[in-house]
Design a protein around this ligand. Structure first.
Ligand SMILES: [Zn+2]
Length: 98
């Protein structure tokens, strides 16, 4: 069975020119330790996705798959996006911040 983690939190950092925020870390529940959240950077998430592990966020009660992409503001990549994003609204960036 493929692992599919729900991303529940995010840590944002200001981009170098301070114009907007970028995802630095994403947080998901540890499959091994109940109540413990694991925070990983985007390159680590992409590495896991390359090994068939998946990530999703809940949007209006439905899981939406997280995919590699680019920042909609500046085009920076690697970045994480979802099909439910809108211009200027990245679902992952709106998660509770850690
Ligand atoms: Zn950006």
């Amino acid at each position: 069975m493929a692992l599919d983690y729900e991303i529940k939190s995010v840590r944002l950092i200001p981009w170098v020119d301070d114009s907007h925020l970028h995802i630095e870390l994403i947080g998901y529940d540890s499959p091994h330790v109940v109540g413990e959240e694991i925070m990983i950077p985007i390159p680590r998430a992409l590495q896991k996705m390359a090994f068939d592990e998946k990530f999703h966020v809940m949007v209006d009660g439905e899981p939406v798959e997280v995919k590699p992409g680019r920042c909609s503001t500046c085009g920076f990549e690697p970045y994480l996006v979802t099909p439910a994003d809108k211009p200027d609204y990245n679902q992952i960036e709106e998660l509770p911040q850690k």
